[in-house]
Design a protein around this ligand. Structure first.
Ligand SMILES: Cc1cc2nc3c(=O)[nH]c(=O)nc-3n(C[C@H](O)[C@H](O)[C@H](O)COP(=O)(O)OP(=O)(O)OC[C@H]3O[C@@H](n4cnc5c(N)ncnc54)[C@H](O)[C@@H]3O)c2cc1C
Length: 385
């Protein structure tokens, strides 16, 4: 099968790029190994800037109809009990709130949107490797599920949006830490929690931090990071893991008193964050280009924005009649647009990774517009969505 643009796969970065390119009239193929809706380990908070992008695509109303919660504040709560409330209205000029929404719902809606815009979406197709010609990737080999049949697909432009896996391959970013300090994530949907309200709450504890946000129905998403050493001590017992992580923060312990796990506690890791070397043979978008520390809550937003950037540059390259130099041009534009937020992530990391630093910063941070403007400038250079 041959398309103008082939996109591996159907997460937020790939789906939004597919929707935009299909709307421009290109023949777009999307290959996704899972069948949607599928859950994904995530904090399930979408920042206002990401909400603004979805609103531009007419997707805000369907998301709210599907049960997404409006989230108006981010509240950071230190181990010592200090808290800081960051109004999210300061992070986008067009939308005053973020959203709490399960990835099953969000990603399904985005993929259906790509389909409705005219993209060929093929699910249960696992991409295995790339086909190269004259220094560019011009196709992929894949395996169909459940038959196992091998197939090949070709396109003038190939976009890898396969998340941290980056199936078309390249070195993964250097591990931030090794051994017992390696980071792992855990997540579950819980019920029986009162007091989260319209906030995404971030609790610090000695081995990391964890968040709570309301999603559809009465559910709250619980997601946290911890170290390999803590995971090992928990010995595979979810209750013990929660006690050794969120349970170490007295305010989290209080709010989780009557919590019930509604889904099994999922885990993933070890996690690595940072900007990857961007390929010259194909385009890499979303986490395939760079994974952002979840502390900043902007991973999905940047996935959407890099997908949109790739779509705009692909359209321009086709119009100019030459997609051959697209990948290096996209790589330069990507660095120009997003370098700031990765630098900021590096500077903010000590607050997220050392609870004593977090405690001190939260104790000193004034709840003033100036501090919030500075944070916005640090992340986006004052530009908002
Ligand atoms: C613990 C944790 C918490 C997070 N919390 C938040 C948060 O609250 N808010 C936020 O904005 N960001 C958060 N993030 C970041 C966010 O999850 C990612 O930035 C985002 O999912 C990236 O989207 P993507 O489209 O690049 O890829 P993904 O969402 O990772 O999608 C990749 C897709 O590729 C498919 N795939 C993979 N391999 C193949 C293959 N070989 N063939 C076919 N298909 C394949 C997968 O099935 C998947 O559907 C968090 C990250 C972590 C680790």
């Amino acid at each position: 099968m041959t398309w103008d643009v082939l996109i591996i796969v159907g997460g937020p970065a790939g789906a939004i790029a597919a929707a935009d390119l299909a709307r421009c009239g290109y023949r777009v193929g999307v290959l996704e190994r899972k069948r949607f809706p599928r859950g994904k380990l995530c904090g399930e908070f979408l920042a206002p800037r990401g909400v603004a992008r979805l609103q531009q695509h007419g997707l805000l109303t369907p998301l709210l109809r599907a049960g997404a919660r409006r989230i108006r504040n981010a509240v950071f709560i230190s181990l010592g009990g200090h808290s800081h409330c960051l109004p999210l209205s300061r992070f986008s000029e067009s939308v005053e709130f973020g959203l709490g929404i399960s990835r099953a719902t969000l990603d399904h809606l985005l993929l259906d949107h790509a389909r409705a815009c005219g993209a060929d979406v093929l699910e249960r197709v696992c991409v295995t490797d790339a086909i190269a010609s004259s220094g560019r990737i011009v196709g992929v080999r894949a395996r169909l599920s459940p038959s196992g049949t091998r197939v090949t697909f070709f396109a003038a432009v190939v976009i890898d949006a396969s998340g941290r896996a980056r199936v078309l391959g390249s070195p993964t970013p250097r591990a931030r830490s090794e051994g017992d300090a390696r980071l792992f994530a855990f997540q579950a949907h819980v019920s029986g929690i009162a007091g989260v309200g319209e906030a995404v709450q971030l609790y610090f504890y000695p081995s990391g931090y964890g968040g709570l946000v309301r999603i559809e129905g009465d559910l709250v998403n619980l997601c946290g990071l911890t170290t390999w050493a803590t995971l090992r001590r928990a010995g595979g017992d979810p209750k013990q893991l929660l006690a050794l992580t969120m349970g170490q923060n007295p305010r989290a312990q209080e709010i989780l008193r009557n919590a019930r796990l509604e889904t099994p506690l999922a885990g993933c890791g070890p996690l690595r964050f940072g900007l990857r070397a961007l390929p010259r043979e194909y385009l890499a978008v979303g986490d395939a280009a760079a994974s952002l520390d979840p502390f900043l809550g902007h991973g999905i937003t940047l996935a959407l924005e890099s997908g949109l950037l790739a779509a705009a540059l692909t359209d321009a390259a086709f119009r100019a009649g030459d997609p051959t130099t697209l990948a290096p041009r996209y790589a330069r534009a990507f660095r120009r647009c997003f370098a700031r937020i990765w630098r900021a992530a590096g500077w903010l990391r000590p607050i997220a990774s050392h609870h004593a630093v977090g405690d001190r910063v939260l104790a000193l941070l004034p709840e003033r517009a100036l501090a919030h403007r500075l944070l916005r400038a640090l992340l986006f250079g004052g530009r908002t969505g």
